[in-house]
Design a protein around this ligand. Structure first.
Ligand SMILES: Cc1ncc(COP(=O)(O)O)c(C=O)c1O
Length: 347
């Protein structure tokens, strides 16, 4: 850290992502909630085709992908904004809706990036604890704040709140509500159909998980055109490049491939949870593409280290409420078998 750093940042070093080993080295990577399968085979040719136009800037609002997403979700193009990953859309929400000193309401636990984004923008964080079942406490609605953020399914737990229960818990709340649905395709239902009745809600989605495009960085938000205009007022210019627009458009058009990713994850999730529980792990029910489990004895750090020695990466969060648990991304059937064998569970 240099002596020029802005004082309000403190000495922290930003978001700490999961380990990303070099490409081509052989690891079983179950630590950053990526898709177990690569993206649709139509993505490569679409990118090749877009290369010849790279001397031109992309469309500022991300057309034609924006309109394709609008059709996909049954909303108007003005109700969609694209960003360089869901993370950039989330960051733009903080810039659009929270002034320095304003309070934003987060759950505990939640996606760790959110409190960092609040700090970067000088917002204060009010935290409302969730139980492991994940149901929304009344305080999430009543705690004063200009914006409330809910990850549904949540990270790192995988817990999920029924959209009608979200609407019930937040009825009459007069602040922006951001619902991060990064993992929603692996859950039974989305909050998107409820947007029409909630002009203060934004739903954030990503191509990183259920479309196998984590390496591409495309996310988006859906919501009332007035809220979308607020986010558009602060987001980077040309946030999504031409190659990413082409690739995400091709992935969106291949719904059969998307369904294959979702089906594999959901069926393997059930198998993995059952095997871990059978072996004495305490696993929180998950509607996401990962599970959060406590190994017998609770030495999560030790288990993560042993797995790493066998070139299997899982995520351990040493600080916080879940240090006795591991977050394990659902892999392919072979990867999950290898994981279970490595921790001494036969299948
Ligand atoms: C809850 C949640 N939201 C958003 C993201 C990031 O999405 P993207 O890769 O599109 O920035 C993640 C990534 O792991 C996440 O866990």
């Amino acid at each position: 850290m240099s002596r020029y750093r802005r004082t309000s940042l403190g000495s922290g070093s930003g978001y700490v992502p999961g380990e990303q080993p070099p490409d081509g080295t052989h690891w079983i990577k179950l630590n950053t909630n990526e898709s177990p399968l690569p993206p649709s085979p139509s993505v490569g040719p679409a990118v090749d085709e877009a290369v010849v136009e790279l001397h031109r800037y992309p469309h500022p609002q991300g057309e034609p992908l924006r309109s394709a997403l609008a059709r996909h979700h049954g909303v108007s193009p003005e109700s969609v904004i694209l960003g360089n990953g869901a993370d950039q859309v989330l960051e733009s929400c903080f810039r659009a809706f929270a002034d320095p000193g304003d309070a934003v309401v987060l759950t505990r636990p939640t996606y760790s990036l959110l409190s960092l984004l609040a700090r970067l923008g000088g917002a204060r964080v009010a935290t409302v604890p969730l139980d492991d079942g994940g149901s929304l406490p009344e305080a999430f609605a009543t705690t004063p704040g200009v914006m409330r953020l809910l990850c549904n399914p949540n990270s790192p737990t995988g817990s999920w709140v029924l959209p009608s229960d979200v609407a019930g818990a937040l009825a009459g709340v007069d602040s922006v509500i951001v619902i991060d649905e990064a993992y929603c395709d692996f859950a039974p239902e989305s909050c998107v159909p409820l947007l029409a009745d909630h002009p203060n809600w934004l739903v954030v989605r990503t191509f990183a998980k259920s479309y196998g495009l984590a390496g591409l960085r495309v996310g988006y938000a859906l919501g009332h055109p007035d809220l979308i205009a607020d986010v558009a007022a602060v987001i980077e210019i040309y946030p999504v490049d031409r190659l990413a627009l082409a690739a995400a458009g091709a992935a969106l058009a291949d719904q059969a491939h998307h369904a294959r990713i979702v089906e594999m994850v959901v069926s393997e999730r059930g198998r993995l949870i059952a095997a871990l529980r059978e072996a004495g792990w305490d696993v929180i029910p998950s509607q996401a593409n990962f599970v959060l489990g406590r190994p017998p004895g609770g030495d999560a750090a030790g288990v993560a280290t042993e797995l790493r020695q066998q070139r299997i990466l899982v995520r351990h969060f040493p600080d916080g409420d879940h240090r006795d648990r591991l977050r394990i991304t659902i892999g392919t059937p072979e990867q999950n078998r290898a994981l279970l064998a490595a921790i001494g569970i036969g299948t």
